[in-house]
Design a protein around this ligand. Structure first.
Ligand SMILES: NC(=O)c1ccc[n+]([C@@H]2O[C@H](COP(=O)([O-])OP(=O)(O)OC[C@H]3O[C@@H](n4cnc5c(N)ncnc54)[C@H](O)[C@@H]3O)[C@@H](O)[C@H]2O)c1
Length: 317
């Protein structure tokens, strides 16, 4: 690579960092499940880009306090607050949101991230991944809502990689994560957005190295699925939480309300969209014999999000 090109890519990177700082700097942020894994990587990136205050909600009291203490040592007191709460307990969540507002004065961005993978305890999985995420989303709407003394803001809902062919051994987990796309799409609809002023973004991480994935082979509905599940995992490439958090920062800069973003294989984020089901319609004869299967690639037009060479972001494929 010649010097001029190296210099230009370094200056483009610096511009991107400056643009992200412009979005994050001075903001008050709430992250559920912020004591470990992806949530903790999001926390570190928000701090790096100049967030004013961050509150993390987590069920793991020890890890949460450890994170609070370590940020206090490096960034100073009262930068990060930890609130011990189970996201699946709505009553405690309403108190925790009130406390977060008291501590930060205001909330600008909510990252709805806490989740578990445990098919053996599928009722709990539904309670946390669905109940907890719906609670967080509804409370975010309550506090950020322009119609309710809020000033709008951003809600990020964490779903999962959208390629369901790799999730045959995780039916309940997959159901909860796909429901989050429906939740996001409803809350992002212009009917809601015009009233609330809340931009709703869905983040779909691919396989990422966290406690959730490390333990997953032992948390399936049946132990007979383990070998196939591990074989599937081995075929996928695993990324670090750092890359996903870095991707989220760029998504916050460019993502529109209702947009769905994938970060997989350690690469830059790309946007996907939910196709209009009418364009995927199969037609049958009267006796229900299939006569035609036509997939029309219509729906929301694919957007060039931004100049690829400038930001490294990709438009959807
Ligand atoms: N790791 C992956 O490959 C991957 C891929 C796609 C999506 N996700 C999603 O990303 C999110 C974060 O997962 P992760 O991989 O960082 O997992 P993780 O287990 O490393 O971290 C999850 C955090 O959430 C907390 N938590 C769990 N249950 C909670 C509850 N009831 N109340 C409050 N906090 C709770 C945990 O204590 C932990 O700190 C989850 O929603 C997960 O479904 C993960």
């Amino acid at each position: 690579m010649n010097n001029r090109r190296r210099h230009s890519s370094a200056s483009e990177k610096a511009k991107e960092i400056e643009a992200i700082n412009g979005i994050v700097s001075g903001k008050n942020i709430l992250i559920t499940g912020g004591a470990a894994g992806l949530g903790n990587a999001f926390l570190n990136h928000f701090l790096k880009h100049g967030a004013n205050k961050v509150t993390i909600f987590d069920i793991d009291a020890e890890a949460g306090k450890r994170v609070e203490l370590s940020v206090e040592k490096s960034c100073g007191e009262k930068k990060v607050h930890f609130i011990h709460v189970d996201v699946s307990n709505y009553e405690r969540m309403t108190e925790a949101f009130e406390e977060a507002v008291r501590l930060m004065n205001d909330i600008d961005i909510v990252v709805n991230n806490a989740g578990i993978l445990d098919e053996r305890r599928w009722e709990k999985e539904i309670a946390v991944n669905l109940g907890g995420m719906i609670s967080t989303a509804l409370l975010a709407v309550k506090y950020l809502n322009r119609d309710n003394d809020g000033h709008g803001g951003t809600l990020v809902n964490v779903s999962q990689h959208i390629d369901i062919k790799n999730t045959a051994q995780l039916p309940v987990y997959t159901a909860t994560k796909h429901a989050i796309i429906g939740l996001s799409q409803s809350l992002a609809d212009s009917y809601q957005y015009e009233k609330t002023g809340i931009r709703v973004i869905t983040l779909c991480p691919g396989l990422t190295e966290t406690a959730l994935t490390v333990d997953s082979p032992n948390k399936l509905l049946s132990r007979f699925m383990k070998a196939d599940f591990v074989k599937n995992l081995e075929q996928l490439s695993i990324q670090t939480p750092y890359v996903v958090a870095q991707g989220l920062m760029s998504i916050l800069r460019v993502g529109e309300s209702g947009s769905i973003w994938v970060v997989e294989n350690g690469r830059s984020p790309y946007e996907v969209y939910v196709p209009n089901p009418r364009t995927l319609r199969r037609t049958y004869k009267n006796n229900f014999t299939l006569v035609e299967t036509k997939v029309v690639s219509r729906g929301r037009p694919i957007r060039e999000v931004c100049d690829n060479t400038r930001t490294g972001l990709m438009s959807c494929a």
